[in-house]
Design a protein around this ligand. Structure first.
Ligand code: GLC
Length: 608
């Protein structure tokens, strides 16, 4: 029971709104500001969560307990929630993570294709099913809040976050994003946020993050933090979108309207700027447009240390961001400084008390809608479902349906009983490269980073017992070895956010060399590419008989073999235009033709 319940919480006559009003009327300024404070889990003790009445704790990318197991996650989050419930009024906290393709920080969780691959399926129902499964795995570990869906509409594929977007077209992003919201927040047997397995979605990053211009990323020399120093290499991530309001409203705003209609009750604000003004300082867009015009009554959360970028003076940062409309601040480290600064700002009158009341009310209202005061826990009985076969089967289906066949000259599907198969490329047997960024670690990592099935393991599972599978990561097969078919698997290195901003998306010469080494050994050569976006493959295409864009498929690599060997058809369609050369980036001129247009994808017959 929480302290709040002592204030007529149980009286049925008290409506949600009245209950929030009752609670708010009892809260001190410090407690209201505590609710507006989000801290990363290594920067606060449970005791401090209790003392300050902290509203939310998060795990940033890779913010796992040690050992990193679902059980340890549940224990970690439970300790923070128990601490929150010991605060004076017992207001439960929201534990938040970035489960952007499954509960991807947790070793053993099901890892789905990244959004770019889901975009290639063009199937919102699949996105909803994945959201629902992710919600179950999150609920098992007492995580209430997922900082997804990313509803960016990436317009320049040099952006390291392209793969977090569903595609380049607003309609596709809107449909897929809204479905992801519903998947996280609802299920067939219940609707609404008050169910233990319902997870609060967070549409992000408001607004126009996908429209930033190359080279417009800012530098913030006053921020001395190695996380931000990583940001110093950013080129387009967190950059500036130059454009008129009509474009902003036509391209980047609609996914938020649709997400709100789908029930999204939190929205994360973008690091980026619009015509030179940071979104975290943008009162017109945050308050006048999003809250008033679009009627968003949930709460706005800042991005990681994003308010610090507004000004060298932290007091100015806090005043500007909260007055612009931010309701919760992802500090995420020095929460005492934030709380003290905002308290001073209210006492000095630089931030009206009414703004604090509004922010706290929005946060409490969502917690009330989620039923957290009555039931602040997820459901540990679901722990056996984390990474279970049933979930992995859905991930495998998503892999199958995300693959886009760009070229097929009499090569696919391959017969399962082919006498010999050559496989080359380190990525062929690497779960980490299959998964990409935001997997176990923020930036992802190659190697066996989490349980899953590599492409190679999937091949071995699929082909006939008498088929010889020769695997050479470097493609250096014995001179006299030949085979009817050879498969080369190429991969971008894993990356997340601006670390993945790349000026030149041309396939590296080492990839072309790998193809050249394999080419003479096989009659039919198939190339499979793991990437977070289209790459420049024009030179490689003539050297192969088939080419598959596999995006970042996740832990269930067998989904690729399912299609390669004909059990299922190729069905994926490009969610991004595929450029012929770097001259066609960020966009292909009207008089020009891309290598493959948006929506392109060859099909094959499927056996099952
Ligand atoms: C990151 C990302 C955001 C994420 C947040 C918390 O910097 O911009 O998408 O939700 O921090 O990890």
């Amino acid at each position: 029971m929480t302290g709040y319940q002592s204030v007529s919480f149980q009286e049925s006559s008290t409506s949600d709104t009245e209950r929030v009003d009752i609670l708010l009327s009892q809260m001190t300024l410090a407690e209201k500001i505590g609710q507006m404070t989000q801290v990363e889990k290594n920067s606060i003790t449970p005791e401090a969560v209790t003392e300050y009445g902290i509203g939310s704790v998060l795990s940033g990318g890779g913010g796992s307990p040690a050992p990193n197991t679902p059980q340890m996650w549940a224990r970690m989050t439970r300790r923070f929630q128990e601490a929150a419930l010991r605060s004076r009024l017992g207001v439960p906290l929201l534990y938040g993570v970035d489960a952007i393709h499954g509960h991807n920080n947790v070793a053993g969780a099901t890892i789905f294709p990244h959004n770019v691959g889901l975009g290639a399926t063009h199937d919102p129902e699949l996105a909803a099913r994945i959201g629902r499964i992710t919600a179950v795995e999150l609920s098992a570990t007492h995580v209430h809040w997922n900082f997804t869906p990313c509803v960016a509409v990436p317009q320049d594929i040099r952006w390291g976050r392209t793969y977090e977007g569903f595609g380049e077209q607003t309609d596709l992003v809107s449909e897929m994003g809204a479905a992801a919201v519903r998947g996280l927040q609802e299920a067939d047997d219940y609707s609404g946020l008050s169910h233990r397995q319902a997870i609060l979605a967070c549409a992000k990053h408001f607004v126009g993050d996908g429209g930033a211009a190359w080279g417009s990323a800012g530098q913030y020399e006053w921020i001395q933090d190695n996380w931000q120093r990583a940001g110093s290499q950013y080129q387009i991530d967190q950059g500036d979108m130059n454009g008129d309001e009509a474009t902003l409203r036509a391209v980047h705003l609609p996914p938020y309207q649709v997400a709100i209609e789908a029930g999204a009750r939190s929205i994360m604000v973008s690091f980026s700027s619009w015509n030179g003004l940071k979104l975290h300082a943008h009162k017109y867009l945050l308050t006048d447009v999003l809250k008033r015009e679009m009627g968003f009554t949930g709460f706005l959360v800042s991005d990681w240390m994003a308010i610090d970028q507004l000004d060298p003076d932290f007091y100015t940062c806090v005043v500007t961001a909260v007055n612009a409309g931010l309701d919760m601040i992802m500090v995420p480290f020095d929460y005492r400084r934030f709380i003290l600064t905002l308290t001073q700002a209210v006492e000095k009158g630089d931030v009206p008390l009414a703004r604090i009341e509004d922010a706290a009310r929005r946060i409490l209202a969502v917690k009330e809608e989620m039923g957290l005061f009555a039931q602040p826990w997820g459901d540990e009985s679901l722990l056996p479902q984390v990474g279970c076969q049933a979930h992995r089967q859905v991930a495998r289906e998503a892999v199958r349906r995300s693959l886009v066949l760009l070229k097929n000259e009499g090569a696919l599907p391959l017969p399962k009983n082919t006498p010999r198969l050559l496989v080359a490329g380190a990525a062929a047997d690497d779960v980490g490269l299959q998964c990409g960024g935001w997997t176990i670690e923020w930036q992802g990592k190659s190697g066996p980073i989490t349980p899953g099935t590599t492409f190679l393991a999937g091949v071995r599972e699929t082909v006939a017992a008498e088929t010889a599978v020769n695997y050479q990561p470097d493609g250096r097969f014995p001179a006299n070895l030949t085979a009817d078919a050879g498969i080369v698997v190429l991969s971008e290195p894993p990356y997340a956010e601006g670390v993945g901003d790349r000026a030149d998306l041309t396939l590296p010469a080492s990839d072309l060399a790998l193809i050249e080494r394999a080419r003479p050994h096989c009659r039919r050569l198939i190339v499979i590419l793991y990437s977070g976006r289209p790459l420049i493959i024009t030179d490689c295409l003539p050297r192969c008989d088939a080419f598959i864009a596999a995006w970042l498929p996740g832990s269930e690599g067998q989904g690729i073999s399912d299609v390669l060997f004909g059990d299922y058809p190729f069905s994926g369609k490009l969610p991004f235009t595929w450029p012929r050369s770097m001259n066609q980036i960020p966009a292909c001129a009207a008089e020009d033709t891309p290598l493959f247009p948006y929506g392109y994808g060859l099909t094959t017959k499927g056996g099952k």
